[in-house]
Design a binder for this molecule. Structure first.
Ligand SMILES: C[S@@+](CC[C@H](N)C(=O)[O-])C[C@H]1O[C@@H](n2cnc3c(N)ncnc32)[C@H](O)[C@@H]1O
Length: 390
C-alpha cells in the first residue's frame, strides 16, 4: 500500500542531509554515468539503484517488506504482507483460471518475501487444486534466496527460474511487480519535451555534497508520452518501456493460460491528467515516502505508478486478449474476500479491510487480466469491470 501513505511535506531531503562519503553503489553509478559520457536516463539510474548485484535496493538483504512502521526495520507494506486473505481471495481466481484454461502451473513474477506464494499454495491445497508446479521469477537473487528459505517445506512443487522459458502454460500472477520496473522520465519545459536523466553533481568528487552525488539534467528527445497532457504548463511524467517489453515477452511465451497483474496505477487519461504535473515516481523508506530518488540511493525503494492502458495495448498488439480491468476492491470482493473476512478473527478482518477500503488500497490499486485464446470473463471481473475505461 505504498502510495497511500501520507506524503511528507515538501522538504527537499537533499538540503537536510550532510555531505557523506560516496557509497559503493553511488561510486558504481558514477562510473556508469562516466562510461556513458556523463549522462544516463532515469530508467538506467533506477535499474542500477534497485538492482545492481549486491548493492541495489532489491539486491541487498535489508528487510524491505513488513507491516510495522519504525519497529521491524521494514520500508513498506504490500497486500500479501497486510493480510493472508489477499492470497486466499486471489487463489479463488487462480483456481478458476487454471480450470478454465486447462492448465496446472502457476508462475509468479516478483515474489518479494514469498508471502503471496505461501498464501496461494496453502489456499489452493485447501481447495483441493492439484498444481504440478509453482515457478517464481524474481530479478533479485537475495529475495529469491529468502523465498527459497520460506517455501523450503513445500519441496519440489516450487521452482525458481532465472530466465524466461520458451513457453508458459499456466496462470501468471504479479503483485506490485510492474511498478518496480524502471521508467524513463519526460519533462515538458516551456512547451518542449526533454528526457530527464542523471549526471554527476558538480563539485562532486568524493563526497555527496548536499546529500546527493547526482543531479538532474534534461536532454532533447523525440520521445513523447502516449497522451499529450492538456495545457501549456510544465509537466513531468514517465513512460514505461521495460514494463512494455516485459508484457511483450509474456505475450510471446504464454501458450495457454492467463495472467493477473495487481498494482497501483491508472488508465491513460488519468495517468497523463493535466493536474498530475509532477509525475508518479516515489521512494519509500521506513514507511515514509518522498519524491527524491537521488538521495539515499540503494537505501530506499523507487517506484512509478502503472499506466494500465499502455500495458493493455501492448498486450493486445502482441496477441493477448485483455480479459478484465477493475479496482482491487471489486476484484477481491468478486473473489469472495467478504466471506473470508466474515470467517476470520477480528484482527485479520480489520487488517483485510485495508485491501478493499476505497481510501486505502481498494481504489488506487487495479487488477488487469490478460489471456491467450478466446475471451472470457474471469471471476474477479464479474462485477465492476472497467475495460471500457482503459
Ligand atoms: C515491490 S516488490 C513486490 C513483492 C511482492 N510481489 C509483494 O507483493 O510483496 C517488487 C518485486 O518485483 C521484483 N522484480 C522487479 N522487476 C522484476 C522483473 N522484471 N521480473 C521479475 N521480478 C521483478 C523485485 O525483485 C521484487 O521482488
Amino acid at each position: 500500500m505504498r502510495p497511500t501513505l501520507p506524503r511528507p511535506k515538501a522538504v527537499p531531503l537533499s538540503l537536510t542531509m550532510p555531505p557523506h562519503p560516496l557509497s559503493a553503489l553511488e561510486q558504481s553509478i558514477c562510473s556508469a554515468i562516466a562510461a556513458a559520457g556523463g549522462w544516463i536516463g532515469f530508467d538506467r539510474f533506477m535499474e542500477l539503484a534497485l538492482y545492481t548485484p549486491g548493492l541495489g535496493y532489491y539486491a541487498h538483504d535489508s528487510l524491505k517488506f513488513g507491516p510495522l512502521p519504525g519497529r521491524d526495520g521494514s520500508d513498506f507494506v504490500t497486500a500479501p504482507e497486510i493480510s493472508p486473505l489477499f492470497g486466499y481471495a486471489l487463489a479463488k481466481q487462480v483456481a478458476q483460471a487454471l480450470a478454465h484454461t486447462g492448465t496446472t502451473e502457476v508462475w509468479e513474477f516478483g515474489a518479494g518475501s514469498g508471502a503471496l506464494a505461501e498464501q496461494l499454495l496453502s489456499a489452493l491445497a485447501e481447495m483441493g487444486v492439484r498444481l504440478t508446479r509453482y515457478t517464481i521469477v524474481d530479478v533479485s537473487a537475495t529475495l529469491a534466496q529468502r523465498q527459497q528459505q520460506r517455501l523450503a517445506r513445500l519441496g519440489d512443487l516450487v521452482h525458481w527460474a532465472q530466465t524466461w522459458p520458451e513457453h508458459i502454460d499456466g496462470v501468471v500472477v504479479g503483485n506490485e511487480v510492474l511498478d518496480a520496473m524502471p521508467v524513463q522520465l519526460l519533462a515538458r519545459n516551456e512547451g518542449q519535451w526533454m528526457e530527464r536523466g542523471i549526471c554527476i553533481a558538480k563539485a562532486q568528487q568524493s563526497t555527496a555534497a548536499q546529500g546527493s552525488a547526482f543531479a538532474w539534467q534534461d536532454r532533447p528527445t523525440t520521445l513523447r508520452p502516449a497522451v499529450e497532457p492538456e495545457g501549456v504548463h510544465d509537466y513531468l511524467t514517465e513512460i514505461h518501456p521495460q514494463a512494455h517489453a516485459f508484457v511483450g515477452s509474456l505475450a510471446q511465451r504464454l501458450r495457454s493460460g492467463c495472467a493477473f497483474f495487481l498494482d497501483y496505477g491508472f488508465s491513460q487519461d488519468e495517468y497523463y491528467h493535466p493536474q498530475r504535473a509532477g509525475g508518479t515516481v516515489m521512494c519509500h523508506r521506513a514507511h515514509q515516502s518522498d519524491s527524491d530518488p537521488l538521495t539515499l540511493v540503494g537505501q530506499k525503494d523507487i517506484t512509478a505508478h502503472v499506466n494500465f492502458s499502455g500495458i493493455a495495448l501492448t498486450a493486445q498488439d502482441a496477441g493477448l486478449q485483455v480479459l478484465g480491468y477493475t479496482s482491487q476492491a471489486h476484484f477481491l470482493m468478486n473473489c469472495g474476500i467478504v466471506d473470508l473476512m466474515q470467517a476470520a478473527t477480528l484482527p485479520v478482518r480489520v487488517a483485510a479491510q485495508t485491501l478493499i477500503l476505497e481510501h486505502e488500497m481498494g481504489e488506487l490499486f487495479k487488477v488487469l487480466a490478460l489471456g491467450q485464446g478466446a475471451p472470457w470473463t474471469p471471476l474477479g471481473f464479474a462485477r465492476g469491470d472497467r475495460l471500457h475505461r482503459l
